[in-house]
Design a protein around this ligand. Structure first.
Ligand code: AMP
Ligand code: MG
Length: 360
């Protein structure tokens, strides 16, 4: 009899637990609005989590688009890697050996764009600095890096023949270089290009409303139902939101900074973004956020603005960026007027920059 009672109690307990679980499911289903068409997917590529949020009632189509994006991203991650074997490394080695390299149309487009951004930014963005980025130890997956900084002599020796845009010679889709220090490192625009490719893939799949967020760098299509996609700009110090921005159709918003990837040695922090003029890590600006019409420009401009220091707004202007915001090493925020009007729920006051004399 006692055994039967125990068995009964176990059955009742199990049923009660199951009922509780079912209730949670029902509650969750009830919390999800009927008209919520959000399809969220996560990818892990480029050393970061990439969120793809698609607003569509066609779940199968959303999944198909994301799987194409995932395949393309993984391929790009391998082929465009700055220091691991892949197509970019092979291009770099051939250039280093004085050989001419025939590029595909896509390779041509990306490399040409990177050089164009270098010119537009007056050299603050320079995609040819793989050698010095490697010298500082930043061709590494493990952050923070704790090795000592390079010696002054080794930095100066590279600086003597610092690669410039003019070192790359084009003949149709073929490139060559006379400078053995040329080493393409596309770390400053690769995510931007990837986000642009993702948007193209989404559009090819007939998706009109989506946001693709690669670790805070993002581009949006359409909107989230009746309301625009809204994102937060995070503080470079504590990840708290500094302000919100409503993202317009097809805008890209990118942030560069030294708060995630850096070298820490002897109580000093060295940013992974290098000033092409000095070959030293930048220190004046800790974070720059820009809005642009495509990911590649937004990505290049955000990096360039971090390098530009006090002249960030002049470089922004040269690159055709109207909306930009920077946070300096003293945690002071500056933003262009066009950016200020885009910010809501501000937790920080941003000054507009004072006009600078002397140009770039
Ligand atoms: P981002 O996070 O977009 O600012 O890109 C930073 C990455 O771009 C670094 O990890 C380097 O690979 C590369 N980089 C560093 N300094 C520069 C620079 N001045 N111009 C272009 N690329 C750079
Ligand atoms: Mg960048």
């Amino acid at each position: 009899m006692a055994r039967i009672l125990m068995l009964l109690r176990t059955i009742i307990n199990t049923i009660t637990k199951k009922a509780a679980i079912i209730l949670i499911f029902i509650m969750l289903a009830a919390c999800q609005p009927q008209d919520d068409l959000t399809n969220k997917r996560q990818l892990f590529v480029f050393g970061t989590v990439i969120d793809v949020v698609i607003w569509s009632d066609d779940e199968a189509r959303a999944s198909e688009a994301v799987s194409v994006i995932s395949e393309r991203f993984n391929e790009m991650h391998t082929q465009w890697h700055a220091w691991k074997p892949g197509r970019l490394q092979s291009i770099n080695k051939q250039l280093q050996g004085g050989q001419a390299v025939k590029l595909t149309v896509e390779e041509s487009k990306v490399l040409k764009s990177s050089l164009k951004f270098s010119q537009l930014s007056q050299g603050h963005f320079n995609p040819l600095m793989g050698a010095v980025i490697n010298l500082w130890g930043f061709h590494n997956d493990e952050y923070p890096i704790t090795t000592p900084p390079p010696t002054l002599e080794s930095i100066n020796s590279l600086l003597e023949s610092a690669p410039q845009v003019s070192d790359i010679h084009w003949s149709d889709n073929e490139i060559s270089s006379g400078n053995p220090n040329v080493w393409f490192d596309l770390g400053g625009i690769a995510k931007g290009y990837a986000v642009d490719v993702a948007v193209e893939i989404l559009q090819q799949h007939g998706i009109q409303h989506a946001i693709i967020n690669a670790g805070g760098d993002l581009r949006a299509l359409g909107q989230k139902g009746e309301t625009p996609w809204t994102i937060a700009i995070q503080s470079p110090k504590n990840w708290q939101p500094l302000a919100l921005i409503k993202v317009n159709e097809n805008e890209a918003i990118f942030t560069s900074g030294n708060y995630q990837r850096y070298k820490a040695f002897d109580g000093k922090r060295y940013a992974h973004i290098i000033d092409p003029l000095t070959y030293y890590p930048v220190s004046e600006i800790v974070s720059a956020t820009v809005i642009a019409k495509d990911g590649m420009l937004a990505d290049a401009a955000a990096t360039a603005l971090v390098v530009a220091g006090k002249k960030w707004h002049l470089v922004a202007e040269q690159m055709g960026i109207a909306e930009a915001l920077v946070v300096d090493a003293d945690n002071r925020c500056f933003a262009t007027q066009a950016m200020r009007v885009r910010l809501s729920d501000r937790r920080i006051t941003c000054e507009t920059p004072k006009p600078l004399t002397g140009g770039l």
